[in-house]
Design a protein around this ligand. Structure first.
Ligand code: 5GP
Length: 125
């Protein structure tokens, strides 16, 4: 299977390389997390792998077991460290056109800090 083409000039690649600043909340060998520049909830953190993965599909298909385990562990640890386990939080990854993925580097959003409502807005037909 051909892997997706990764754009090394995307904004998160620049953040990983330190060319653009971020408000960092977590970093290890495989993962970086930082506050979203345009938060949609009181707490809105983005978790990204340091590897060159375009999307959730690319990450699921191409990342190593070590990278995947590190990523899932990091998401849990970050939410825990942010104090979100007891009140609750939502994790979300947009993939592709229908989900309006804006940045072509795989990322998971962590939303929290208040009542998030139920699920998502359904499509309008
Ligand atoms: P997507 O729609 O791709 O799932 O979400 C991309 C997210 O990245 C958006 O919530 C947007 O606010 C955030 N974002 C875009 N550019 C930057 C940036 O330069 N810094 C940070 N911290 N977040 C960004």
């Amino acid at each position: 299977m051909a892997s997706a083409t990764y754009d090394d000039d995307n904004i998160f690649a620049k953040i990983i390389r330190g060319e653009i600043p971020c408000n960092k909340v977590f970093e290890n060998e495989h993962v970086l997390a930082f506050h979203d520049i345009s938060p949609q909830t009181p707490t809105h953190v983005l978790v990204i792998p340091k590897g060159r993965y375009v999307s959730s599909d690319d990450f699921a298909a191409q990342a190593s077991d070590t990278e995947i385990a590190a990523f899932v562990r990091a998401v849990g640890a970050i939410a825990r460290d942010l104090g979100l386990v007891d009140p609750g939080y939502r994790i979300l990854a947009n993939h592709g056109r229908d989900a309006h993925q804006e940045v072509p580097h795989f990322h998971v959003h962590i939303f929290g800090g208040g009542d998030l409502g139920r699920m998502i807005k359904p499509p309008q037909h």
